[in-house]
Design a protein. Structure first.
Length: 199
């Protein structure tokens, strides 16, 4: 019995060491554009879902899906999320495929996770993926407006859909009404001008 146990533990240690060596000595493909394999889809993704379910505080969405909240959520989404997650005119954002794991395309497949989990993911991002943590950039209210917009994305009131189409036709990051992004854009323009005059 003792010999069997010893053999079992030794086998487990050897397997773990072999796996560690494979990772450490470069046998893992580092490319973001490599095909998403079985490990990601069968193990990492369910693991992420389970971790978020376990950690996201069980809070209810404190705001209502009024036109005003949906409209503000839409603008924020169009400004900073659509480039990776798609929008009403660009159902599939090609840039979303530049990540490993790929960015889910919400206009193709509306997000169906509970709202407290979406709130948690938006605030904290997803480690080792392209999904940033937005807690520093967005207030709680802005984040709930985004969550509400995501929940209602496939059943938006006509006036919000119309405004979204108009914003999306101007391209990503151009929905306006977000002073911080306007400043960013002016700043980027200034930097571009500086760069050009330096040449
Ligand atoms: C730079 C690209 C990028 C941007 C910008 C971005 N995301 Fe993501 N997002 C990702 C990627 C990649 C994933 C997939 C992460 C994973 O599966 O591990 C993701 C995952 C998510 C998820 C989890 C979806 C699920 O079904 O598991 C939510 C919700 C989300 N993003 C919302 C947002 C919102 C809202 C914004 C804007 C505030 C945003 N994202 C901005 C790349 C991005």
């Amino acid at each position: 019995m003792v010999r069997f146990l010893f053999g079992f533990v030794a086998a487990v240690v050897i397997v773990l060491l072999t796996m560690l060596c494979c990772v450490r000595f470069g046998f893992v493909d580092p490319r973001a554009d490599a095909e998403v394999g079985v490990f990601e889809s069968k193990i990492a993704m369910p693991a992420l879902d389970a971790a978020v379910e376990r950690r996201a505080p069980n809070v209810a969405n404190p705001i209502q899906p009024t036109d005003e909240n949906l409209m503000t959520g839409m603008r924020t989404y169009q400004n900073i999320c659509a480039g990776c997650h798609g929008d009403i005119l660009h159902l599939h954002a090609a840039f979303g495929d530049a990540f490993h794991p790929r960015a889910p395309q919400f206009a193709e497949d509306a997000p169906d996770m509970p709202e407290n989990q979406n709130f948690y993911i938006i605030q904290h991002g997803v480690r080792l993926s392209g999904m940033p943590a937005w807690k520093q950039a967005l207030t709680d209210l802005q984040t709930w407006q985004l969550v509400t917009f995501l929940s209602d994305m496939d059943k938006l009131p006509p006036q919000v859909s119309a405004a979204w189409k108009a914003a999306a036709s101007d391209g990503f990051g151009s929905a306006g009404a977000n002073p911080s992004s306007d400043t960013t854009k002016t700043k980027m323009k200034e930097e571009k001008n500086m760069e050009m005059s330096a040449h």
